[in-house]
Design a protein around this ligand. Sequence first.
Ligand code: F0G
Length: 432
Amino acid sequence: MQSILQCMDCDRQYPVDQVAYTCITCGGLLDVQHDLHSLRQTVSHELFDRRLASLGPPHNSGVWRYRELIYPDLADDQIFTRPEGNTNLYPSPKLAAWAGLGRLWLKHEGENPTGSFKDRGMTGGVTQARLLGMQRVACASTGNTSASLASYAALAGLEGIVFFENREIALGKLAQAIAYGATCIQVSADFDRNLELVRSISEELGIYVLNSVNPFRLEGQKSILFEAIQQLGWQVPDWIVCPGGNLGNSAAFGKALHELLELGLIDRVPRVAIIQAEGANPLYRAWRKGFDDFEALQANTIATAIKIGNPVNWKKAARTLHWTEGVVEVVSDQEIMDAKARIDAQGIGCEPASACSLAGARKLAKAGVIGPDESVVGILTGNVLKDPDATINYHRNTLPGLRASWPNHLHQAEPSIAEISRILQPDEPVPV
Ligand code: F0G
């Protein structure tokens, strides 16, 4: 029941013990294909529910709980896990009302060990790196992948190498990559160019690439939806809404849902809405034109995590849209930061890119695409602590070209009871 790598375009197959990301024949993206026919006999809701009580690895991981659907043939000691996943699914009635939605849950992937969903992919990626006997792993990153790679490389005893843009990387992410001991290289180029560089250099130097072009990363990221649907008692929501950058999640979600359906673990597929920032919207543009062609662009948005103009997984994202009757929407930086302020004010918090989920769902509800009675799971991809500059500058109302619609003013005071009382009870007479 060995899994295989298979080209999504020409179906050419490769063994999983070969270093491969794209098809040698046609350049298409590869999928890890499992033997769904025999898995049908093995997997069940009960199996996965039983494992919720596991205290030890690997079944205490929100990825490896579903190991048959991630990488079936591994022994326990071949798996490198923190553990990751097990993130909360927050019912969010106040935000649902604000967004004009019937029912809304937020799946908080910022609660992963390094603060983003990337950990779910990275556990799969470093596990495969070790199986292949690789010693060095690398990625280009807008920040979160680098933090996750650095952490998981340390766990698996690999050298981690991360490339990122020398401007506009969120401080929390940079701090993590340095602290976890990766070799960090800031390059004066954007994410798209850095990804090209990493792919070429890795081929030359025999380094394993752990960007989402790596199909084993995407296998781990499928578990976001496995877990969300399990948390809903295996009931399927009407919509899954997520941000789209390099489109790894968008790719993984289609495959996850397709497999759950094939295996009889769900009886219908939710629609997937992929939300891009207005200034980084190549998928939206191509989708609007029926995918006649795909044009890369120079990206720009305050949501630096998704500042990507040439997403490597666009064909897999298009497949997800096809499989799920999905849609693509765009939101402005203003809409992103306002939605973030609403999420933050619930005491949940997220980084800017994550707020695309709520901003996009709100826009789709206004347009009548999401109906008033439909249920929505929005994915919050990263933790509020990742990008403190964006948060503080929003509340200070100092973000260029944006206004703070929901500011929480930071007060300054001398250590004086009278002065602090004026802040806390502005309309009361001040005690003397
Ligand atoms: N949200 C956050 C917080 C991210 O870090 C990313 C991607 C996305 C959304 C978009 O996800 O690429 O699967 O469409 N960050 C990558 C990185 C590119 O390098 O950390 P995607």
